[in-house]
Ligand binder design. Structure first.
Ligand SMILES: Nc1ncnc2c1ncn2[C@@H]1O[C@H](COP(=O)(O)OP(=O)(O)O)[C@@H](O)[C@H]1O
Ligand SMILES: [Mg+2]
Length: 263
């Protein structure tokens, strides 16, 4: 698996009196997929924002390829271009066509020529099966299509890692599959990613490790098999039971993904 792409060391973050992250540490290796899950308000989004320094930690360290992002004087714009982000609500520019939503980062952040940016954007759109929609505006696309544009926008920058913050939780149920399918393919072709999600089928299929975040700390961590077969903490057990009621049993999906592996 190679070297760590990200190393998060004892990260703390408060908003005023509210302690949101209370000492979170983990490493993410090259080509690894880490799934973070846990109750609403447990600090998942805050953790992602601390990792890409949109909202820097109060305390602790974040290393991207062994470069400490907390070091004073570091050029965060350059570092951030190496951390892709996919948001729950897509955050596309409404006045830009799909292709320009994807190419704008290359143009603005990397200073890539118009032609090259267009050709790279088309390639990224192709990866998420959206090339034929290149000239459409976000409002002309379904939520699932918009999120695939959001993923292409991250991919096109060729970042070291992509952070996904509940990428399917704003989607109608029938649109979730097409987005998860794209993410599965990325995972299988070696994209390094952190995914905040409650899609346990996805987690079971591709996560090397899952972190359960509760009240700003990692309460339990382990493989999907560990969580689905023998979670230790009562909070995790209760949470997984609630997910089961909401989404149906995740065990069947895990079995599916294992059968696929055996092939
Ligand atoms: N910018 C902010 N200012 C104040 N409080 C915040 C801010 N961002 C998040 N919080 C609070 O921090 C807690 C964790 O939020 P968040 O990281 O969004 O949780 P999650 O993504 O797990 O649902 C919540 O109580 C939320 O209200
Ligand atoms: Mg969140």
């Amino acid at each position: 698996m190679g070297k760590p792409v990200l190393r998060i060391v004892d990260v703390w973050k408060s908003y005023g009196e509210l302690e949101v992250l209370k000492g979170v540490s983990f490493e993410l290796m090259e080509q690894e997929v880490k799934v973070i899950f846990g109750p609403s308000g447990s600090g998942k989004s805050t953790l992602l924002r601390c990792i890409n320094m949109l909202d820097p930690p109060d305390q602790g360290e974040v290393y991207l390829s062994e470069q400490n992002l907390m070091e004073p004087g570091i050029n965060l714009n350059i570092m951030r271009a190496n951390i892709g982000m996919v948001f729950q609500h897509f955050n596309l520019f409404a006045h830009l066509r799909a292709i320009n939503n994807v190419s704008i980062g290359l143009r603005r952040v990397k200073g890539v020529s118009k032609e090259e940016a267009r050709s790279k954007a088309l390639k990224a759109l192709n990866q998420v099966k959206m090339a034929e929609w290149a000239d459409h505006y976000p409002a002309q696309l379904s939520g699932g299509q918009q999120q695939r544009i959001g993923i292409a926008r991250a991919l096109v920058m060729e970042p070291d890692v992509i952070l996904f913050d509940e990428p399917t939780s704003a989607l109608d149920p029938e649109l979730i599959g097409e987005v998860l399918q794209v993410m599965l393919e990325l995972a299988k072709t070696g994209t390094t990613m952190i995914v905040v999600t409650h899609e346990m089928g996805f987690a079971g299929a591709v996560a090397s490790e899952m972190l359960f975040l509760g009240n700003g700390v990692i309460i339990e961590r382990g493989t999907p098999q560990h969580f689905f077969a023998s979670p230790k903490s009562d909070r995790v057990k209760t949470f997984l039971k609630q997910l089961d009621i909401l989404y149906g049993s995740h065990k069947g999906l895990l079995k599916l993904s294992k059968e696929e592996e055996d092939k």
